[in-house]
Design a protein around this ligand. Structure first.
Ligand code: UN1
Length: 480
């Protein structure tokens, strides 16, 4: 299946025909155009926001059962089409077919989870400090939300932002990432097929100008963004300037500590998944492997052996374990950081060379770099590719200090059989999520997601925490 899709914006429940000057390419084989794409801007955002604003009162007032049913139906439809949508995702983003289908299932489950959450919005009833007075708190929908989503989870992240926004009675303008609009469009189409009223969810496809227009629009009450720290800082500034709500999920430089008492095989499996799967293009990926002296050499050797065995190739080939980078830019970033690490004294244990495959795609050889030090650029800056480095440490305290010693704090992992160290790590790791004997990446969809320090800003996403950002509390006093 190599058809080229002609994408449109979705505004006020309609597919809006537009010129299609852009294209999204298949990173596994760049001769293939996955979709021809419109290039929206402020005028389309204006129309989308106007539609979302007009749709808001009725959607906010709708029975939660109506909203719940639509999300549930959309989840069901997506589940039924997981193979087709997952394949489109893999063609467009480059993660393997298993990962693409897996992510599609995750998106479907998110829709179903928030179908339940729509029915569980609740407040509190409190006694006043004044006799005869009662107080109730309510959670109410806020208005129009702008959602700006990244390319690396092209359906799960649009789903985990849109589903709570819609479940709690808000309306939405969604801007998908430049390289992956087709997957987001498939989600929007399914939600409409499931019965979403017109104007409740709008999609504007385009480049950075669309995001800027969303952030600056006076009728956008809140912005949820996942992407780079640099863009995120601008989003926050713009939103705060006009007192809009804002939630940011940005980078990570996630540590995985491996202590001497770890099971070697288990540690290797965890590192392999966290560092290399999904081509390392996860903000939760483990990029710093902090390894205690006694296990260090055995760990590096065993991991390198596994990394050498990873088959890099087309995302659509069932044999492939590591798909391409999403774009030429991302491929070059990986190779640039490999050079930087070499320049800093890192030793390439495996990978590092340019990969020549038969297919014209943006492939990167999975690369493991040993003998690096905390503080090097390779251990401070996000690479976002299948590249990991190891840092040798003498004990747990040194490992923890290094793990905490970067500006990011999204996910942090430890592999150990010591309950004492595991518990201590859970308390003292400066990260929003800690993983004991699990990869730093690969999170559940029904619990809060987010980081500390420069990784995140604003309320948590996902699970029962999502209600914080997507509702506003009203406090009502009454006397009989
Ligand atoms: C995961 O690790 O399962 O953009 C999810 C990202 C994160 C999501 C990671 N916001 O990579």
């Amino acid at each position: 299946m190599t058809e080229t899709l002609d994408l449109t914006h979705w505004i006020d429940g309609e597919r809006v025909a537009a010129d299609r000057p852009g294209e999204s390419l298949n990173p596994s084989d760049t001769r293939e155009v996955v979709a021809r794409t419109p290039d929206g801007g402020a005028p389309e955002v204006d129309r989308a926001v106007a539609a979302a604003k007009a749709a808001f009162p009725a959607w906010a007032e709708a029975s939660p059962e109506v909203r719940s049913d639509i999300l549930d139906r959309a989840g069901q439809l997506l589940m039924e089409r997981k193979d087709a949508v997952g394949r489109l995702l893999s063609r467009e983003e480059g993660k393997t077919l298993a990962e693409g289908v897996g992510e599609t299932v995750r998106a479907a489950r998110i829709l179903k989870y928030f179908a339940g959450e729509a029915l569980r919005v609740h407040g509190q009833n409190l006694a006043s400090v004044r006799p005869g007075v009662e107080i109730q708190t309510y959670r109410q929908p806020v208005g129009v939300y702008g959602l700006i989503t990244p390319w690396n989870f092209p359906i799960a992240i649009p789903a985990w932002k849109a589903a709570p926004a819609l479940a709690f009675g808000n309306t939405v303008v969604l801007k998908p990432a430049g390289p992956t609009p087709a997957t987001a469009e498939a989600l929007v189409a399914i939600l409409h097929e499931a019965g979403l009223p017109k104007g409740v969810l709008n999609l504007v496809i385009g480049r950075g100008g669309v995001g800027q227009a969303i952030v600056d629009h006076k009728d956008i009450a809140g912005v949820s963004f996942t992407g780079s720290q640099k863009v995120g800082a601008g989003v926050a500034e713009g939103a705060v300037r006009r007192q809009a709500r804002v939630q940011l999920e940005m980078g990570g430089k996630n540590p995985l500590i491996v202590l001497d008492d770890a099971d070697l095989e288990r540690a290797v499996t965890i590192a392999l998944d966290g560092s290399f799967f999904a081509t390392g293009q996860r903000c939760t990926a483990s990029s710093r492997l902090i390894v205690q002296d006694g296990i260090h050499d055995r760990f590096v050797e065993a991991l390198a052996e596994k990394v050498r065995g990873l088959k890099v190739g087309s995302a659509l080939d069932p044999e492939t374990k590591i798909g391409p980078a999403v774009s030429e830019d991302q491929r070059e970033t990986s190779y640039r950081y490999i050079d930087i690490a070499k320049g800093e004294g890192g030793r390439i244990v495996t990978g590092g060379e340019r990969l020549q495959l038969d297919l014209p795609g943006w492939y990167v050889q999975p690369t493991l770099i040993a003998d690096t030090e905390a503080g090097m650029r390779i251990n401070s800056e996000e690479v976002f590719g299948p590249v990991a480095s190891t840092i040798r440490v003498k004990d747990y305290e040194q490992a923890l200090a290094i793990a905490n010693g970067v500006e990011f704090g999204l996910s942090a992992g430890i592999v150990t059989s010591s309950l004492k160290h595991a518990r201590d790590f859970q308390r003292r790791a400066r990260a929003g999520m800690t993983m004991v004997n699990l990869p730093t990446a690969g999170v559940d969809y029904h619990v809060p997601f987010g980081g500390t320090k420069s990784s995140s800003y604003g309320p948590r996403e996902q699970g029962f925490a999502a209600v914080e950002f997507f509702t506003q509390t009203k406090t009502s006093y009454s006397a009989g």
